[in-house]
Write a protein that binds this ligand. Structure first.
Ligand code: NDP
Length: 483
């Protein structure tokens, strides 16, 4: 037993994570893959890593010092279950199995529960940053027991991305599925952020006639301010790319149908279950779905007329671009505020002690949504751990209220020009919904009482009431309806 850490699953993510681990002082890495060829390729291509290669699970377990610690990086779902089953046969109580794949947190909760009986620790861990992050430093979101983190923490800290202040982007998120839950919400926020940036690009392009390369310059400029982030930076790079075969901007030859691997949809599904309005994230997921409906879109292009957005031009293009920047920032704040609401609701539902400020901290580097403004989120939760909504923290409140003139102008312009801006406009609707003194929910309650006797409360006295709609329409005090 010579290795202090092992990796199972040596496709792109596992190989890169194994190489990252091997490059850190003090680590000796055991590797195993179901199909030997992958292992062979890795050890031949990277002799410098000094991997201890195992041909089967017994050999893999024997090569690890105790407590044995192994990170699984295989296909999420059945692949993960298969590997866990094999590992639990050769591991002993006190050993640690880490699942670094994109598992559904419900699976992680289930796996942790069933493995716990064996005395082996199971740690579901979110890992963000893609292939490059796995190799050079990802943002890591581990769940699992506090005890397992004592062994695992230092290893993960050694490979995690480092924020500008030198802090490793990893923290013990909470028990069982907490890590994968937070990773899921991270991905949901990522969807919203990407959609908002895409809407900003579309509005600027259609409104000002700037070329993609010119819009790249705009994004580069934005990247020097509050919006500074990895996604803004790579957006500029994508927009500046020219297609080699046609000489056109690459963005103009890429088919406009966005794919998805499902974590955005999970974020929304769980938000629905938890009753949390993550409307910005939901619009981003739905915008991808709509983009992929080729048949409907082809039929609607001719059948559904609208304003001629080709000829729509704002009177002052530079002022419009500045408005879009502010609308983007305000909408982004809303998306994060909603995402953190979901984290808070998940923590309550599943009994996790999640430190919101620490989550923003570990997203500062390594992951796809790394951004300057995450420091502001950490600050907001440091100043008030029980903040009722992120958007109500003084900094964010000022940013959003300061931007609202621009935000409204952009949403109005988009609607008038017939340019879809689902994420911009739903974020604004959320803002107005949240701040409304009275909502038409009162009418909805009246309707529900009419057709289903679902009852209502009154603003002027306690109790539960029902109007006898099909009788004399007088009001009676009643018990709550269970329908
Ligand atoms: P894949 O998701 O393509 O999975 C391939 C690996 O899984 C191979 O090593 C394969 O072994 C192994 N595998 C599949 N089924 C089994 C099984 N029944 N028993 C044993 N091994 C099995 O690999 P990736 O590297 O792309 O991704 C790994 C994980 O990381 C996934 O969960 C993925 O969702 C996640 N991921 C995360 C990203 C991020 O940014 N965080 C980005 C990409 C992926 P074999 O060679 O024998 O077929």
């Amino acid at each position: 037993s010579v290795a202090n850490i092992g990796v199972v699953g040596l496709a792109v993510m596992g190989s890169n994570l194994a190489r990252n681990l091997a490059s850190r002082e003090g680590n000796k890495v055991a590797v195993f893959n179901r199909t030997w060829e992958r292992t062979e390729t890795l050890i031949n291509d990277h002799p410098e890593a000094g991997f201890v290669a195992a041909k089967d699970y017994e050999e893999f377990a024997a090569s690890l010092s105790k407590p044995r610690t192994a990170i699984i990086m295989v296909q999420a779902g059945r692949g993960t279950d298969a590997v866990i089953e094999e590992l639990t046969k050769v591991f002993e109580p006190g050993d640690i199995i880490v699942d670094g794949g994109n598992a559904n947190f419900h699976d992680t909760i289930r796996r942790e529960q069933s493995i716990r009986e064996t005395g082996i620790h199971f740690v579901g861990t979110g890992i963000s940053g893609g292939e490059e992050g796995a190799l050079n430093g990802p943002s890591i979101m581990p769940g699992g027991s506090v005890e397992s983190y004592k062994t695992l923490g230092p290893i993960l800290e050694s490979i995690a991305a480092r924020a500008d202040d030198g802090e490793p982007c990893v923290t013990h998120v909470g028990t069982d599925g907490a890590g994968h839950f937070v990773k899921m919400v991270h991905n949901g926020i990522e969807y919203a952020d990407m959609q908002l940036i895409a809407e900003a690009y579309d509005l600027i392009r259609r409104g000002t006639g700037k070329t993609p390369a010119e819009i790249a310059d705009v994004f580069d400029e934005w990247n020097k301010g509050d919006l500074e982030s990895y996604l803004i930076e790579i957006t500029a790079q994508v927009l500046r790319q020219t297609d080699a075969s046609t000489g056109q901007p690459l963005v103009d030859v890429i088919l406009d149908a966005a794919g998805a691997k499902g974590t955005g949809a999970w974020t929304v599904q769980n938000a629905l279950d938890l009753g949390i309005p993550v409307s910005g994230i939901a619009e981003a997921v739905f915008a991808r779905s709509l983009s992929s409906k080729a048949e409907q879109r082809a039929a609607a292009v001719e059948a559904l007329p609208g304003p001629d957005s080709e000829n729509w031009k704002p009177s002052d293009p530079d002022a419009f671009i500045e408005d879009v920047r502010q609308a983007l920032y305000a909408s982004k704040i809303i998306a994060y505020s909603q995402g953190f609401d979901e984290i808070i609701a998940g923590a309550e539902q599943y009994d996790w002690d999640i430190k919101k400020g620490d989550i923003a901290k570990i997203w500062r580097a390594g992951c796809i949504i790394r951004a300057r403004f995450l420091g502001r989120i950490t600050e907001a939760y440091q100043n008030d751990a029980d903040l009722v909504a992120l958007v109500l923290a003084p900094y964010f409140r000022d940013a959003v209220t300061g931007a609202q003139g621009a935000w409204r102008r952009v949403v109005v312009s988009a609607a008038e020009a017939g340019i879809p801006s689902p994420a911009f406009s739903s974020s604004l609707a959320y803002y107005d919904g949240l701040r409304a003194k009275r909502l038409p929910a009162a009418l909805v309650q009246g309707q529900r009482d009419f057709f289903g006797a679902h009852t209502y409360k009154r603003v002027d006295k306690d109790g539960i009431f029902h109007t006898l709609w099909s009788g004399d329409r007088s009001e009676i005090e009643t018990e709550p309806s269970w329908h």
